[in-house]
Design a protein around this ligand. Structure first.
Ligand code: CO
Length: 500
């Protein structure tokens, strides 16, 4: 055993306590969103803010500084120790650079802004939200000044969600993606193929929906022995250590697709979290590599697998057993209905093809808001113009326009690109998976989805955040992130469905 390894073990004992706080927080959130009575909210808020203060103290303590300095002074560290201390150093520096009183002022402004956003959305009134948005943007700009930036202020914000990615890289890949999607959309508009979705109208018992979702999650390899499926307003995945990773969904009696696809999506997140190498516990690296890589896993299952013809060739018979109303619908027609393209105003309701356009619009706008090249006054017109130009639709009010997402109200600038990056990473992983597993599609058609899980476990999941996203994509696929694979995937898929 090398000398530093003994110190690393002590450091891990320290970091494990931060993990315990994270898990405690997760249990409280789960409880809050599933069964806690509404009147419990204020007290729960106090408890959560106490825990978050304890975490802050541990992450910025003298002990933390001591360990960081110690490991920084050693040259021949193994890869885990090195990645661990570097990650801690990044968090430590960041927390220390922002003055505590300014951060507290910001969290207050953010909670006021969230409340104002909720009201403004309800009233469909952007004017009401504007002063709060301005305040949040000012805070973000102030923080960027403390933290420093290279080339573009927005890069510092991106770094929180997608370390290594820059606005100039995004400009290139997102504009290629945007142009390709618009081209495909135009071809679909000209296409004579019309997709019938009438059979998706009707009533679908919530218990039956749950039954189908659980069956599919099991086949995917989500381990219910170390998980749970609950119901909440908005679907999410939450981790309390690798042996307790829970999912939630929301059932709508009149919507067959919504809960099903949110379960498959969250299942992809859940499988990732359940399969991070246990040796990474106590290093703070037992998380996904980035928001974008995490989204690549959920979208991979949701879209690439769960909206494929091969998938439905297997799962359709079980689906018809639970929902006999589909008995007269062919699997091909059913598959097409799962993939209907319909440009719409609301991101969370959009189809696989147009989803990325919703993200690109937000990326283009938030980058300009942070750099001050558009004002909060001008943002709504820009929003509406981009929706008209890219998707051909115009919001009738602000609630289905610029007020639809909560992200800007709580200061999550730099988050949106992760969603579209997830699509790009996923297709690039698929390209490599197809080479590694030549009979991939016949496996899907036979319901043997575990082969996919094993490939993802081996190449992506087990590493947690040991590697940065750019290192991971390079080591798995041999190439840097490119828009090519997702664009090829989209052309191939939609030209078959819409005959162009
Ligand atoms: Co997700």
């Amino acid at each position: 055993m090398k000398e530093y390894e003994k110190t690393f073990n002590k450091f891990k004992d320290y970091l494990k306590k931060i993990d315990y706080l994270n898990s405690t927080e997760a249990v409280l959130y789960w409880d809050m969103r599933t069964v806690m009575p509404r009147q419990g909210v204020p007290y729960r808020g106090e408890v959560l803010s106490y825990i978050s203060e304890q975490k802050y103290n541990m992450l910025t303590s003298d002990t933390m500084k001591y360990y960081i300095d110690y490991f920084e002074s050693i040259d021949d560290l193994d890869i885990v120790t090195k990645a661990c201390y570097k990650n801690c150093k990044k968090v430590y520096d960041k927390q220390k650079k922002i003055p505590k009183d300014r951060y507290i002022a910001y969290t207050l402004a953010a909670s006021e802004s969230e409340a104002a956003w909720e009201e403004a959305k309800e009233e469909k009134n952007y004017e009401k939200f504007k002063p709060h948005l301005q305040k949040i943007i000012n805070f973000q700009k102030e923080f960027v000044e403390y933290l420093g930036y290279t080339d573009d202020k927005y890069n510092t914000l991106l770094d929180d969600y997608e370390p290594g990615i820059t606005a100039s890289k995004l400009d290139v890949i997102f504009s290629q993606l945007r142009d390709a999607i618009i081209d495909i959309l135009n071809k679909i508009k000209e296409s004579k193929t019309k997709i019938n979705t009438d059979f998706l109208k009707g009533s679908f018992d919530n218990k039956d929906q749950e039954k189908l979702s659980l069956y599919i999650l099991d086949k995917m390899g989500y381990d219910m022995g170390r998980g749970a499926l609950g119901e909440t307003m908005h679907p999410f995945t939450i981790k309390m250590g690798s042996d307790d990773v829970r999912l939630s969904t929301h059932y709508y009696q009149d919507d067959f697709k919504s809960a099903l696809y949110s379960c498959i999506h969250e299942g992809g997140h859940g499988i990732y979290d359940q399969n991070i190498d246990k040796n990474l516990y106590g290093t703070l690296l037992s998380e996904g590599a980035s928001m974008g890589i995490h989204e690549s896993q959920s979208r991979f299952y949701e879209n690439i697998i769960g909206r494929s013809l091969e998938f439905w060739k297997y799962f359709y018979s079980e689906t018809k057993k639970i929902f006999p109303q589909f008995n007269n619908v062919s699997v091909e027609d059913f598959y097409k209905a799962m993939n209907e393209v319909k440009p719409s105003l609301v991101r969370t309701e959009s189809d696989e093809l147009t989803y990325s356009l919703h993200i690109i619009i937000r990326y283009e706008l938030e980058r300009e808001l942070i750099n001050g090249t558009i004002s909060v006054d001008g943002a709504r017109d820009q929003w509406n113009k981009k929706y008209k130009d890219y998707l051909g639709v115009t919001p009738k009010d602000d609630s289905e326009g610029i007020l639809q997402d909560m992200h800007w109200s709580d200061g999550s600038f730099g988050y949106f690109p992760s969603y579209a990056l997830g699509n790009l990473y996923g297709a690039q992983f698929l390209h490599k998976m197809e080479q590694d597993i030549p009979d991939l599609y016949s496996n899907i058609e036979n319901g043997s989805l575990l082969i996919i899980k094993e490939w993802l476990n081996k190449n992506i999941h087990k590493y947690g955040s040991l590697y940065k996203p750019e290192e991971l994509i390079k080591s798995v696929t041999g190439e840097e992130l490119s828009s090519k694979y997702f664009i090829d995937y989209l052309y191939k898929k939609y030209s078959k469905i819409y005959n162009f």
